[in-house]
Design a protein around this ligand. Structure first.
Ligand code: IFM
Length: 435
C-alpha cells in the first residue's frame, strides 16, 4: 500500500453501545433474553466489560489511541427505571463519564437507543406500541435537559432496520417475534420516535442556550445488495433495498412514510431530520432469486467466493463503503459520519488491512469532495455481541472477560498511529501490513 492522507480536520474514534460493554444492569430486554438462555455461547450481558465501573481506564485507552471522538450509548433503563421516574444516579453517572471524556479532549457522540431498553417498555410491546414514539420523546427530553449542555452530537436510534428485523421478523432477538406486519409497525414507530426526538433535542438545546452547534442523526445500517446477473435476482435485490433501506432512511430523513410504513404522507409534517448521515457499514450480499424464500421477498443472500471473510463469514468488501457514501450523499447532501465499521477477527490477522482498506476508501471519497467528516471504528474492545455473546471479537483491544484485563492488539497500535497522523503512511503499511 502506497499510503494516503485523511486530512487534519478528519475526526476519528471508536464506537460502543451501553448494553454491550457496561455490565451489571438487570432492568433491560437483553438481560431477560440472556436469562432465557438465548445466547449462543452461554455468556451473559451482566458481565460484558464491566465498563460501568471502569470508565476512567477505558477513556485512558482511547487517549492512548489518540482518539478525537467517542460514540457511546446511554442505557435507557438506568435513566428511566420505571415509566416517568428518573434516576439521579443514572444521570449523574453519564454526566461524570461525559465530563471525563471532555476533559480528555474527546468529543462525545451519544446514542439514545441502541437495541436495549427498559423491561417496562418491552412489556408494553416496546416499539410496536403506538405510544412508543411519545415515550421515547419524553426520555429524550429528560436526557437533553440533564446532559444536553455536554452533548452537541446525537444519534437518536442505532440501526432501526437491524433492530426491527432481529426482534420482530426473524425472532432471534428479544422479544422474539416473527411477524412481517410487526416489522413495519416497529419501523414506522421508530421513524416517528426519531423525528420527535430530533425536534426535542434541537428545541431544548436552543431554549437553554447550550453551546452549539447541535447535530442530530441516525446510525443507518446499510449493506450493498448486488444481484446475480438475471432479472429475477435484480428484482429481489431492488425489493430488499427498498424495504430494508429506502423506506427507513427516507422516513427518518424526510419524515415521509412510504408504503408499507404509510401511504406516502408526512404525518409529523414535511421537514429534514438528519444533520449528518450516520453510516454503519460492514459488508455486502450477493442476492439470488429463490421461490423457497417468500419471507425474504424471494431473495437468497449469498457470499462472494472471491472475497475474504471475517470470523462470522461476512464478506470483506471495502469498495462498498465508497459506493454507499456516493449514493447517499447524492440523495441527501449532508456530511457523512461513518458511525461504525469494523471486523470480527479474534486473532487480529485481518483487522490491520481491513482498517487501512476502508480508510483508503474514505480518503478517496474526501478527495472527490464527499464530506466524510468522521470515522468510528467498531469497536473499542471485544464486548458482548448480542446473540453471539462474548465469542465474536470485534475489538481493537482484546478483553479477557474473566479478569477484565484489556490488551492492545496490533490493530489498536496501528489505529492509534493513524489517528495521530490522520494518514496511513508507507511506513505504517510496511510495519503492520507487511506491504
Ligand atoms: O455489535 C454490533 C453493533 O451493536 C451494531 N452494529 C453491528 C455491530 C457488529 O455486529
Amino acid at each position: 500500500m502506497q499510503g494516503f492522507e485523511l486530512g487534519r480536520d478528519f475526526l476519528m474514534g471508536t464506537a460502543t453501545a451501553a448494553l454491550q460493554i457496561e455490565g451489571g444492569d438487570r432492568n433491560n430486554n437483553w438481560y431477560r433474553w440472556c436469562e432465557l438462555g438465548k445466547i449462543k455461547d452461554g455468556s451473559h450481558c451482566l458481565r460484558a466489560n464491566d465498563h460501568y465501573n471502569r470508565v476512567e481506564e477505558d477513556i485512558a485507552l482511547m487517549r492512548a489511541m489518540h482518539n478525537d471522538t467517542y460514540r457511546l450509548g446511554l442505557e435507557w433503563s438506568r435513566i428511566e427505571p420505571a415509566p416517568g421516574q428518573w434516576s439521579r444516579e443514572g444521570l449523574d453517572h453519564y454526566r461524570r463519564e461525559l465530563e471525563l471524556l471532555l476533559d480528555a479532549g474527546i468529543t462525545p457522540l451519544v446514542t439514545l437507543h441502541h437495541f436495549s431498553h427498559p423491561l417496562w417498555f418491552e412489556d408494553m410491546g416496546g416499539w410496536e406500541n403506538r405510544r412508543s414514539p411519545e415515550i421515547f420523546r419524553r426520555y429524550t427530553r429528560t436526557v437533553v435537559e440533564n446532559l444536553g449542555d455536554l452533548i452537541r452530537d446525537w444519534i437518536t436510534i442505532n440501526e432501526p432496520n437491524v433492530y426491527a428485523m432481529g426482534s420482530f421478523l426473524t425472532g432471534e432477538w428479544p422479544p422474539g417475534k416473527k411477524s412481517i406486519p410487526a416489522y413495519f409497525r416497529v419501523l414506522r414507530n421508530m421513524v416517528l420516535g426519531h423525528i420527535l426526538a430530533y425536534r426535542e433535542i434541537h428545541a431544548v438545546r436552543s431554549a437553554r442556550n447550550f453551546p452549539g452547534p447541535t447535530r442530530v442523526g441516525v446510525a443507518n445500517h446499510i449493506r450493498v445488495f448486488d444481484p446475480e446477473d438475471n432479472a429475477l435476482a435484480r428484482g429481489a435485490a431492488r425489493r430488499l433495498d427498498y424495504l430494508f433501506h429506502t423506506i427507513v432512511v427516507r422516513g427518518m430523513a424526510e419524515g415521509k412514510l412510504s408504503f408499507p410504513l404509510g401511504t406516502g404522507g408526512c404525518p409529523l409534517g414535511k421537514g429534514f431530520y438528519m444533520d449528518f448521515f450516520g453510516l454503519n457499514y460492514y459488508s455486502r450480499d450477493i442476492v439470488a432469486f429463490s421461490w423457497k424464500n417468500p419471507g425474504m421477498l424471494f431473495a437468497r443472500l449469498k457470499t462472494d467466493p472471491e472475497l475474504p471473510k471475517n470470523d462470522l463469514g461476512w464478506d470483506i468488501y471495502p469498495e462498498g463503503l465508497y459506493r454507499i457514501c456516493k449514493e447517499y450523499y447524492a440523495k441527501y447532501k449532508v456530511p457523512i459520519y461513518i458511525t461504525e465499521n469494523g471486523i470480527c477477527d479474534a486473532d487480529d490477522d485481518q483487522r490491520p488491512r481491513y482498517i487501512c482498506d476502508h480508510l483508503e476508501q474514505v480518503a478517496r471519497l474526501r478527495r472527490e469532495g464527499i464530506p466524510v467528516e468522521r470515522y468510528y471504528h467498531w469497536t473499542l474492545m471485544d464486548n458482548f455481541e448480542w446473540t453471539e455473546g462474548e465469542s465474536a471479537r470485534f475489538g481493537l483491544i482484546h478483553c479477557n472477560f474473566e479478569t477484565q484485563e484489556r490488551t492492545l492488539r496490533n490493530s489498536a497500535r496501528l489505529y492509534g498511529e493513524i489517528c495521530k497522523a490522520k494518514a496511513v503512511t508507507p511506513e505504517m503499511a510496511a510495519k503492520y501490513l507487511g506491504a
